[in-house]
Design a protein around this ligand. Structure first.
Ligand SMILES: [Zn+2]
Length: 330
């Protein structure tokens, strides 16, 4: 299989050992891009003009004194942020600038939409020293699940999602948290949410996408092969001609595919009729289309998913803060 950027995979739940280890070793991973929780703002009595933490961008508690660093006054929400800021030097200053800008936008969106805005964005940050490509990790799932819980049961959740995919188990945990959330849930896909990202998207009550935004198939990937492909190879040769290893892989492929398909159907239970659930689950998990196939909003709507084209105000500005280098390109 080619090493497309979307290959970081819906890997496996049934065989965490080898497979997730392989992925973790092979890729640089990065935590979720700073999820914020509305409750944190509430606790602090959000005031637009109150100073924000120079490390994490949160509004600092009332009465917090500024400290002088690099001939500027800086505020910190707590000692930990201050220590990290001092430890990381210039990187922390750059990070702080960007994060504060980002926090103001998220804050605006939360006010405008009356929601808790959470972000899961895998993109290089301007303070990253080397090229990195993130994917959904267990660490991400902890952060995002905590943020969804933290929103409180009566607050709608908006999850802004931008990812090539990642570990299946991590994506499933986030999808479950969205499905279980009592208030309305929206997944916002400004550009793409492939593989595990798509699994998360279909768990929401509503998906908002750009006109060119895409989701992708959910066929489990096993050692770089789609589960469906592995299974079909099995049908093309007599069993004595097939190696033990392939037979074992095929068995895993079958299990993973069945499991993902059932999970998808469960996610769609309260949204689509039985027939439509089945059809969409087969389409997404069966491996009939390549794992990199872009699935556009019209196709998703055709299957009955609650997908709308149009991104809420603030999303574009938010993504500007992810652009490497603050200046406009010539
Ligand atoms: Zn802070």
């Amino acid at each position: 299989m080619t090493s497309s950027r979307h290959e970081p995979l819906v890997a496996l739940m049934s065989e965490t050992g080898n497979r997730s280890k392989g992925i973790l070793e092979g890729a640089v991973h990065r935590t979720a891009s700073l999820p914020w929780r509305r409750s944190q703002w509430k606790e602090r009595g959000m005031v637009r003009d109150r100073p924000r933490c120079s490390y994490c961008g949160m509004v600092v508690p009332e009465g917090q004194e500024g400290v002088t660093r690099h001939e500027e006054i800086h505020f910190f929400c707590g000692r930990e942020c201050q220590l990290r800021f001092d430890l990381q030097g210039p990187t922390a200053r750059l990070r702080g600038e960007v994060v504060r800008r980002r926090a103001v936008i998220i804050d605006y969106m939360e006010e405008a939409r009356g929601s808790s805005v959470i972000t899961l964005v895998h993109r290089r940050e301007s303070w990253d020293e080397e090229e990195k490509e993130g994917y959904i990790t267990m660490e991400d799932s902890e952060a995002i699940v905590a943020a969804i819980r933290g929103a409180g049961s009566d607050t709608p959740v908006d999850l802004i999602l931008h990812t090539p995919g990642g570990l299946a188990l991590a994506a499933e945990l986030i999808a479950m948290a969205l499905k279980h959330h009592e208030a309305h849930t929206t997944v916002i896909v400004p550009f793409y949410a492939m593989s595990g990202g798509s699994l998360i998207a279909i768990a929401a009550d509503e998906v908002l996408m750009g006109r060119e935004s895409i989701l992708g198939p959910l066929d489990p990937q096993i050692r770089g092969f789609s589960a469906g492909t592995l299974l079909r190879l099995l049908q093309r040769k007599p069993v004595e001609m097939i190696s033990d290893e392939h037979l074992l892989l095929a068995e895993n492929a079958q299990r993973s595919m069945d499991q993902t398909k059932e999970f998808v159907k469960w996610l769609l239970e309260d949204k689509l009729s039985k027939q439509k659930r089945e059809a969409l689950a087969v389409f997404l998990t069966g491996g009939y289309i390549s794992h990199e196939t872009p699935i556009v909003p019209e196709v998703l709507r055709g299957y009955g998913l609650p997908v709308k084209v149009g991104l809420p105000e603030g999303v574009e500005a938010l993504f500007d803060t992810f652009v490497f280098g603050a200046c406009e390109r010539p």
